[in-house]
Design a protein around this ligand. Structure first.
Ligand code: PGA
Length: 247
């Protein structure tokens, strides 16, 4: 059965705000959430802001930036999908390159997280993407790198999976990928992911220095199902301008 992905049925593209470790105060988080509360958006604040942001959102969906794979136990500092669900969280970013690098997350850990999210009824937003030294060897090398990530990250998964193609060299650098090359990668990612998880419903977004000035060049492409936005999601004005490109 071909499933139209929930809200995706009425909504052409998904635009996800990854706030990372911002803003610095609850008051600012609530203010930013109010300004970003638009249809088609998913807002992913730091964990402690989730209940307050959840109360504010009327149109946007709520996401988290990470989860742990166990539901409960002696795991100091961790947060489970089951807890997040209770605060109306619908999505969770998993395997962001910053977690792969700063928290040393492996593909095996990421796979467990994707499975835990799905078991609890959260939609995983799985991030994949190659470093600069790989991309310098060409797009075929980048495809091989991303395919190896997908093979491990998506093992034994099913259901709805949002994949974000985020070339590491494009994140936070102001140097986005070329829209035609990210579209080529995204077609490849969808094909590869469908082979690994034949029963999953896959959507694939682009992330990495998406700004109001370049958003249309990515979001207008039929292969690209949306965008994962970091820096430009920290201002209601620029995030709103990106969302406008899909409405
Ligand atoms: P950026 O971040 O938009 O600031 O490049 C994207 C991301 O890390 O998800």
């Amino acid at each position: 059965m071909k499933i139209q992905c929930g809200k995706m049925k009425n909504m052409k593209k998904l635009v996800i705000a990854n706030w990372k470790l911002h803003p610095a105060s609850l008051a600012e988080a609530v203010k930013l959430a109010r300004k970003s509360d638009k249809k088609g958006a998913v807002i992913c604040p730091p964990f402690p802001f989730i209940p307050a942001v959840s109360r504010v959102l009327k149109h946007a969906s709520l996401g988290a930036q990470d989860i742990f794979w166990e539901e409960k136990g002696a795991y100091t500092g961790q947060v489970s999908a089951v807890i997040l669900k209770q605060f109306h969280t619908r999505y969770v970013i998993i395997g962001h390159s910053e977690r792969r690098s700063y928290a040393h997350e492996t593909d095996e850990m990421i796979n467990r997280k994707v499975q835990a999210a799905q078991a609890a009824g959260l939609h995983p937003i799985l991030c994949v993407g190659e470093p600069l030294n790989v991309r310098r060897r060409g797009i075929a090398a980048a495809k091989r790198f991303v395919a190896a990530q997908l093979k491990k990250d998506l093992a034994e998964t099913h259901g709805r999976i949002v994949i974000a193609y985020e070339p590491i060299w494009a994140i936070g650098t102001g140097k986005p990928d070329k829209p035609e090359e990210s579209a080529e990668m995204i077609v490849f990612i969808k094909k590869t992911a469908r082979k690994i998880s034949p029963r999953a419903q896959i959507t694939c977004l682009y992330g990495g220095s998406v700004k109001p000035e370049n958003a249309r060049s990515f979001l207008s492409r039929k292969e690209i199902d949306g965008a994962l936005v970091g820096g430009a999601s920290l201002s209601g004005k620029s995030f709103g301008a990106i969302l406008q490109k899909v409405q």
